[in-house]
Design a protein around this ligand. Structure first.
Ligand SMILES: [Zn+2]
Length: 401
């Protein structure tokens, strides 16, 4: 038993006392909770010695060869397409080849580290999203840096916003590896369609086969981390994205910070109307019209003039659903409607409202004080019909104010 001493500073332990329990019948069972260190079962590949007949060995080799040669083919096809795409970008105005990747997070470092930071949980991580743009204007390397550790599609979209800032592309071709949590998923595909819509250009997203080796984006990550480590060695602390950018200010790289707010401000992606079949087998997305995405099992930037928008690789198409613009909720007795609407809904009797709408449009003179300018896109919802229960929707582009 533990007793507090009278002065509250010392503790007396009576080693001969024990916790007392009420008597219970021997053998009674009960359940309880306790803390334990749980070992996770992990599959670790290990090289083991196997013996058997030569026939068994040769058939084992044959069965592995099919999937291995498909894997080799995937790597070399995607790599050839990568080179053809880069060539297209370097020689054609307005074509951007953008190779991106998340570099391994940088662990923040103090110049004189105290042990608890070094070994404890005191280190912050910094996200590095790096890449290279190839275009007719030349080659540009970049890195966006964030204190947010989010690497999902929304974060990628936020990082890419800065990549495309002040760019006016005709064609955008992204290249990345294909982890499902980052680039290879319906949300990221939706964001690619949104990008095509926002920039008014065609987009392809190409995935490199696993095991493709190190790319240009990896090199950038390595270089800026070394710069940061050198700065720490010279007595500077690198504790945040801002510090990381500051110590890299001497490099030729374009660098900027992506804040947690930048990421949370990215709207939800447009939804894909159908499920993508065999997502893991798809290696190229082709978006010409943002409302539809073509998926292909290999990238094509072949010899034909229309590649990569050709039909020379088999594909599946998936429709994209963009959020509808807000429909003005104007009931027919609203004053605003009288101002905006050129139809005589309020002058006609309920019975012939439906019929008179069309005729009315012809007769009424447009108001000279109309707030709607030429080229405005107008969506109006009006309740009409016998009991004003029928909803009419009008969508139009104004060509004479
Ligand atoms: Zn082609």
């Amino acid at each position: 038993m533990i007793k507090k001493a009278k002065d509250h500073k010392m503790v007396e332990i009576c080693s001969d006392s024990q916790v007392a329990f009420k008597d219970f019948p021997p053998g009674d069972s009960v359940s309880w909770q306790q803390w334990e260190v749980v070992k996770k079962v992990v599959r670790i590949p290990r090289l083991v010695e196997v013996s058997g007949t030569k026939e068994a060995l040769s058939s084992a080799i044959r069965s592995k060869m099919d999937s291995y040669s498909e894997h080799r083919e995937k790597i070399s096809t995607q790599f050839e397409a990568y080179r053809a795409c880069r060539e297209r970008a370097l020689t054609q105005e307005g074509v951007l080849h953008v190779h991106i990747d998340f570099s391994e997070n940088y662990s923040s470092k103090y110049d004189e580290e105290i042990q608890s930071v070094h070994f404890g949980a005191g280190r912050n991580q910094i996200t590095l999203h790096t890449g290279v743009i190839y275009s007719a204007k030349g080659t540009e390397s970049f890195a966006s840096v964030s204190d947010s550790l989010e690497h999902g599609p929304r974060a990628i979209s936020a990082h890419l916003k800065g990549v495309l800032k002040a760019k006016n592309p005709k064609e955008l071709h992204f290249w990345s590896d294909g982890p499902t949590a980052q680039y290879r998923n319906a949300k990221n595909f939706g964001y690619a369609a949104a990008m095509a819509k926002e920039h008014g250009c065609s987009v392809t997203w190409n995935l490199l086969a696993p095991g493709h080796g190190k790319g240009a984006a990896d090199g950038i990550g390595g270089a800026i981390k070394r710069n940061a480590d050198d700065a720490v060695a010279r007595g500077k602390s690198v504790l945040s994205a801002t510090d990381f950018i500051r110590v890299n200010s001497g490099s030729k790289l374009r660098m900027w910070e992506v804040t947690a707010d930048d990421i949370s401000e990215i709207p939800d992606p447009p939804r894909l109307r159908q499920k993508v079949k065999a997502t893991m087998k798809q290696f190229q997305l082709v978006i010409i019209d943002p409302e539809a995405i073509g998926f292909r099992q290999r990238s094509c930037f072949g010899d034909r003039d229309d590649c990569p928008f050709c039909d020379c690789v088999s594909s599946q198409a998936v429709a994209v659903e963009f959020p509808q613009p807000e429909v003005a909720d104007l009931s027919s007795d609203d004053d605003t409607l009288k101002e905006l609407c050129l139809c005589p809904t309020t002058q006609s009797s309920d019975d012939d409202a439906e019929a008179s709408v069309e005729e009315g449009v012809e007769m009424i003179e447009p108001s000279s004080t109309s707030p709607i300018k030429n080229g405005s896109f107008v969506l109006v919802r009006v309740l009409g019909g016998g009991r004003k229960k029928t909803e009419f929707r009008y969508a139009c582009i104004v060509d004479e104010g």
